[in-house]
Write a protein that binds this ligand. Structure first.
Ligand code: G6P
Length: 615
């Protein structure tokens, strides 16, 4: 949520900053701003709207300098206006700051500063932060980088809330200073240049060597190097990590949208999620990152899975997978509820948190709450080095590569693959035979080709999408493994097309939802040939009897669906627990094509941000 980039070095800062900012647009896109230090003073440009608006402004009214900061905003405090866009300044106008996070006690701090005569020009919590740090700096009376760090340290001691900060001061030329608590911040180590950003993607044109800052750390950078210290003032060491992805991975290539590109990457990402993890000899999965012995896994009495949005839906499929393959009771929870709920859990409970970004505030809080209660926590994340990945006791990376489209697609199927590997591993320890394990491995290996076959349905799905694109309401129904897929299909449609879509277990239809059915309300049934296929067929009949149009996602070779449904999309056959990895793909395509048809901004839906780092 909100993207920040800072640059100090030999090149012109505006070009490096804007290039980095474009890579962070997925984090928020209601307004953007940039400030650079040019000779004597700070120059600033701000624009409401997408980053393209800011680029236009900077091209019309250029700014210069070798040091600067910039920001793309997802509004929390204060409306979307130019005045509320970052960077914000302190009272002297010499300190410029960008911020990601929420200062919870900003009203109290603002009142204190106003009583001292500070005048604010925005409604944001960030401007309060800038004034607070500026006041501390002015009180110190020394104009040095160390003094700027000291002032930041004093000011942050007063702050309740979360922050990822980057700031510059015109009296300390050449210094870029940042701090983090709860919002990600990464240092990029270049040659005669250094960067600071919310995400490594912002700096890969400059460097692949990065340092992930930890909470309560402050960093001071110049063109030659950087120092990290704690909020208490102690110097700390750091580990340099290499970013695995390249410029190409974060570009759209020939695709019109990231969402479509990422949907089409799934044969590869599904393969990558299982690469090196299939142990044919033992008929099981190898997941070294779990850091658990077989004896420890044997003792697991219960599993809890927590996540938000798409990751939550993946967790719900994981619940069915682990219960059916490993016979261990599983509870899947909204991370936001779990963190405040006092769920009684047995001693040997294993907690999985799922998060593509590894930064979602509620998921991180669920992880920390589980750790506080003494449970072992495992993270299923995509972003290497993310907070959740670092703070979990162990985990499994998805290896899906950067996901830029705000609507999650490839990360969902990667999460499902990882969960099926976990279910297999647990199952092989509890009761599955070697032969059963081998059969599951063969089915997993067959998946990438089947995913590719699902993508061949693209044109067919686009045709169906055109037919239903003007609907006001759509219903999604599925049972068992495919009930969470119904939820995910509805979420994709809501996010990208703003159609009111709701998802339900098919059997719930009769308990209220059926009242919504009429000629203008299409129902999407996810009905592969599985243990509950016949039951789904009956539910489709119930909708048809009330003249509701039906789109059915079924299994290749099935003829019965075509007799009852108006439109049929058939995916390859798979064991019940793997069907979600295939059935979700037409639903992703359906949401994509409907959104395009309705003229929606597919990659940047209104009001959303990809990484939600506030509660
Ligand atoms: C946001 C995104 C969703 C995503 C959810 C969880 O709401 O818009 O697409 O599923 O956050 O994100 P995570 O990074 O934790 O998987």
């Amino acid at each position: 949520m909100c993207g920040i980039v800072g640059y100090v070095g030999k090149s012109q800062a505006p070009a490096a900053l804007l290039q980095g900012l474009r890579r962070l647009e997925y984090r928020g896109y209601d307004s953007a701003g940039i400030a650079t230090l040019n000779g004597g003073g700070i120059e600033v440009r701000k624009a409401v709207g997408r980053i393209a608006e800011l680029e236009r402004l900077v091209s019309d009214e250029p700014i210069h300098g070798h040091l600067g900061i910039c920001h793309t905003r997802w509004a929390t405090h204060g409306a979307v206006t130019q005045a509320n866009a970052h960077p914000h300044f302190d009272r002297s106008g010499h300190l410029a700051l960008v911020h990601n996070g929420v200062v919870e006690n900003y009203l109290e701090l603002r009142a204190e500063l106003e009583a001292e005569g500070h005048i604010f020009t925005s409604q944001t919590d960030t401007e309060v932060l800038a004034h607070l740090i500026g006041r501390e700096f002015d009180r110190l009376g020394v104009r040095s980088r160390d003094a700027l760090v000291e002032a930041l340290r004093h000011a942050l001691g007063r702050v309740i809330g979360t922050y990822g900060i980057a700031m510059i001061h015109q009296d300390v030329p050449g210094a870029l200073v940042g701090a983090r608590r709860g919002s990600p911040l990464v240092v990029g180590i270049g040659r005669e240049e250094n960067l600071l950003a919310s995400d490594a993607a912002a700096m890969i044109s400059h460097t692949r060597d990065v340092v992930f800052l930890k909470d309560y750390e402050i960093v001071a950078l110049d063109a030659e190097g950087f120092q990290i210290s704690t909020l208490q003032g102690d110097g700390v060491g750091y580990e340099i990590s290499q970013v695995e992805f390249s410029d190409k991975d974060v570009s759209k290539g020939d695709y019109p949208h990231y969402m479509l590109k990422e949907i089409f990457e799934q044969p590869k990402t599904v393969r990558d999620a299982m690469r090196g993890r299939l142990d044919r000899e033992q008929g099981t999965a190898k997941l070294g990152g779990l850091e658990m012995s077989n004896a420890e896994i044997r003792d697991v009495e219960r599993v809890v899975i927590a996540g938000c949005g798409t990751a939550l839906h993946a967790g719900m499929v994981g619940e069915y997978m682990i219960e059916s393959l490993a016979h261990i009771p599983v509870e899947c929870e909204f991370a936001s509820e779990f963190r405040y709920r006092n769920l009684p859990l047995p001693k040997d409970t294993l907690v999985f948190v799922i998060s593509q970004s590894g930064e979602t505030a509620d998921t991180l809080a669920a992880l920390r709450e589980s750790q506080r209660k003494g449970h072992r926590t495992l993270g299923i994340c995509n972003t290497v080095g993310s907070t959740i990945a670092r703070e979990s006791d162990g985990g499994v990376y998805m290896h899906a590569g950067p996901e830029i489209g705000v609507a999650a697609t490839k990360s969902f199927t990667s999460q499902l693959v990882v969960e099926s590997l976990i279910a297999l591993l647990l199952g092989r320890i509890t009761h599955l035979s070697h032969g059963e394990g081998l059969t599951i491995l063969r089915e997993l290996e067959a998946l990438p080709d089947k995913v590719a076959r699902c993508l061949e349905l693209n044109e067919h799905v686009a045709t169906i999408a055109r037919k239903y694109a003007q609907s006001d309401v759509m219903l999604f129904m599925g049972r068992q493994f495919n009930y969470p897929v119904a939820l995910e299909g509805a979420l994709k449609l809501k996010e990208t097309s703003y159609i009111a879509a709701s998802a339900h277990p098919s059997a719930e239809l009769k308990h209220g939802v059926i009242a919504l059915v009429d000629e203008k309300t299409p129902s999407v049934f996810i009905a592969p040939r599985d243990a509950v296929f016949e039951k789904n067929l009956s539910n489709i009949e119930e909708v048809k009897a009330r003249k509701g149009p039906v789109i059915a996602v079924g299994t290749e070779g099935d003829e019965r669906l075509a007799q009852v449904a108006d439109d049929v999309i058939l995916v390859p056959e798979a064991p019940d627990f793997l069907t979600p990895i295939l059935t979700v793909i037409p639903l992703q395509l359906l949401a994509y094509h409907i959104a395009v048809e309705r003229g929606c901004d597919v990659d940047k839906p209104r009001n959303l941000a990809k990484s939600v780092t506030v509660e």
